[in-house]
Design a protein around this ligand. Structure first.
Ligand code: BEZ
Ligand code: FE
Length: 287
């Protein structure tokens, strides 16, 4: 019989050890590292704020409703991660790049695989709404050489602030989406609309949390890009309209100074706005 004083019964002060000691010797080492740290920080948090049982119940209810809100079109957990800054932090940790290379930002929930490949110069706006805007620039390597065969997968909301997938019965499929492939000169150009700001979906538990915290749900106007090319790291990013009023309080913390792109009036007599931005790719396998 073991001595009762040697048994690791649960205590408030020894709570972390009580849980972590149960992890099997054979458990995957990375899983062990992640779980030991998670338990430590979770317990430290509960001790730090002296979490009440009512608050714990509220948290369980919140997480339950967050899960229940999820389906194939709505990912409330990613939204939660986004508004807590966790998505941007994980992105930053995993996409450190040398200075000069274009920075990543949050992917968001509205990317759709398989957008139509369009000719350079084509429009992505299919619903006839919004102010026309030409997006143009180059895809370059860090030495300034053009990158040929770079694929730009682009998407944005429409002039009413909704993505096509949010309004499948209202907007044409693939509205404000397209894929463009650069030629030898590394140049890209496509027409779309001057981006407009919009609120992230805020009709669920994440929206309720933002409201309770006195935070707004808005994102500054932006165009999404995924840029990929053989031999280079893929960039997941946006360009942000440089004078947008929500730049300094983006609900998901996605803005970086290097991603601001002025949207300027076109040449005299031209009603189309212009947004110029060069993307600089980092070679794969380098830091
Ligand atoms: C977006 O930019 O599409 C987005 C990003 C994070 C949360 C919601 C929307
Ligand atoms: Fe967006």
């Amino acid at each position: 019989m073991s001595n009762a004083s040697e048994i690791n019964y649960f205590t408030e002060s020894g709570s972390v050890e009580s849980v972590n000691v149960r992890i099997d010797e054979q458990a995957d080492p990375r899983l062990r590292q992640v779980m030991e740290s998670l338990v430590k920080h979770l317990h430290d948090f509960a001790k730090d704020v002296e979490l009440t049982q009512a608050e714990w119940g509220t948290a369980i209810d919140f997480l339950t409703r967050t899960g229940q809100m999820c389906d194939s079109n709505r990912q409330e957990f990613i939204l939660l991660s986004d508004v807590l800054g966790l998505s941007m932090l994980v992105d930053a940790i995993n996409n450190r790049r040398p200075s000069g290379a274009t920075e990543n930002t949050v992917l968001g929930p509205f990317h759709v695989e398989g957008a139509p490949v369009r000719e350079m110069g084509d429009t992505i706006s299919l619903d006839g709404k919004g102010e026309s805007c030409l997006f143009e620039g180059r895809v370059l390597d860090l030495k300034g050489n053009p990158v040929s065969g770079a694929k730009l997968d682009v998407w944005c909301d429409n002039a009413d602030g909704y993505y096509d997938v949010q309004q499948p019965d209202i907007q044409p499929q693939w509205n404000n989406r397209g894929v463009f492939v650069t030629g030898e000169d590394g140049r890209y150009a496509f027409r779309g609309i001057r981006p407009v700001s919009y609120p992230i979906p805020d009709d669920g538990p994440v929206g309720q949390m933002l409201a309770a915290l006195g935070r707004h749900p808005n994102r500054p106007a932006h165009m999404h890009f995924i840029i990929s090319a053989d031999g280079f790291e893929t960039i997941v990013t946006h360009t942000f309209v440089a004078d947008d009023p929500w730049l300094t309080s983006d609900a998901v913390f996605g803005v970086k100074a290097s991603l601001l792109a002025a949207v300027e009036p076109g040449d005299a007599g031209d009603t189309m706005w212009k947004s110029r931005f060069d993307f600089i790719l980092n070679k794969a396998g380098k830091d």
